[in-house]
Design a protein around this ligand. Sequence first.
Ligand SMILES: [Zn+2]
Length: 203
Amino acid sequence: MEMTDVNLLFRQAFEYSILEIAPKKFAQYVYNTTSLSDHTFPIKKEVFNKMRSVLIDQMTFDLEKNKELLVNSKALSKLNLDVLDTFAGKTVLHSAGKNLGLQIGKTVQEIDFRRYILEINNLIEKWNAGKIRIKKFDQSSIDFVLIDNIFSKNIRQNRTICYFMSGFFQGILEDYTNTYWNVIETKCSAKGDEYCEFQARNI
Ligand SMILES: [Zn+2]
């Protein structure tokens, strides 16, 4: 397995989440409405069309049979930066990640919190998107790291960029606890840090 490959399912999940969330969020920001149309979609048209064409291409695959199929992660990182650099990009990525986290959380039937997180970690590893390591844990506060984070391990930026993943973890926690969390990224391998680090706080 190449270091730069990411599981196709994760890439699809990423793109689908953005497609699902971005129009609503942008519409809320720009026009204070949730009605959708092409005119209320400020992501650059070519970025959106690229996402859509990739998504439609990949939907022709049989997902179960192609579970292990890998696609190059550079395109995923690039797409992440393209969206990040658009208006309200951070919020869109965070919300898209949270949406995916909420959906994924519902598929994991674990009562015990540590086993729940272990299941999530197994999934992320299977996606080839990184590995979770918990540093500090109590009821209302969790510090954890994501090693080999697919979004940031192969690029250099002078900022934290993993808003999709902070949103994803927020969704995971909110689904499990049925309460609200705030998750922020405090270190990022894109900035040269050893790994991406996140702080989750119950609010
Ligand atoms: Zn990061």
